[in-house]
Design a protein around this ligand. Sequence first.
Ligand code: ATP
Length: 234
Amino acid sequence: MSLLEVKDLTAAYGRHTAIRDVSVKAEAGEVTAIVGHNGAGKTTLLNSVAGVLRNVRGSVVFNGTETLRGSHRGRPPGLAMVPQGIGVFPSLTIGENVKLGITAGGKVPKEVADERIAVAQRYLPLLGERWDERGGRLSGGQRQMVSIGRALVSGASCILLDEPSVGLSPKLVEAMMEVFGTLRDDGLAIVLVEQNVKQALTIADRVVVMKAGRVIVDSSASEFSSRESLWELF
Ligand code: ATP
């Protein structure tokens, strides 16, 4: 069984159905890229899985537990979401901003918290170097790293990222992709929403293409890269 199994997910804003019958899986130790044009439904899919949206039908099973219905409804512990372009409080230090994520998956003893902070700093050295600086002084890319750090200290085994490369310099994007690669190699499931397919293919193990609220391709990254017919869908 996959770490995350989304089946026949349909989500609506009022009477407008934004995604329909979407099924995707994310495996531990893999990067699953979700690509598609503006309005394809990528953000809606992530928000539905993360328990942010309520008007959702279908099934989301994380780590063997259905999270769309029943007593476990909501964002499951172990699953973290890095939303697009938000989430750093300028008046808090970088360290304080990151630590906000520690209790996202439930209360933890201090030793566990300290260990998670050390791990996050190891993946994202920038955080450690500038731990006591104010969040307001960071560039867009650095803020993105803080959001990723916050997801890491929650102890997540699956991280959903909504277009983390938007607005970043190519150099920072490269650094960030490297971090995702290391997290994947260490066994995390990474679900990466990306508008730039080429960018996604530098790191993805699987590629899911969405169009008009539906999944139109779900393939291994190597098959996607080698089959021109799949590229032509873009
Ligand atoms: P983008 O790359 O622009 O974020 P996306 O693939 O993430 O696009 P969504 O933002 O999920 O797509 O949007 C899917 C559909 O749902 C679109 O038709 C969009 O207009 C609609 N939609 C998104 N958010 C809302 C909202 N809050 N209220 C009403 N409709 C919405």
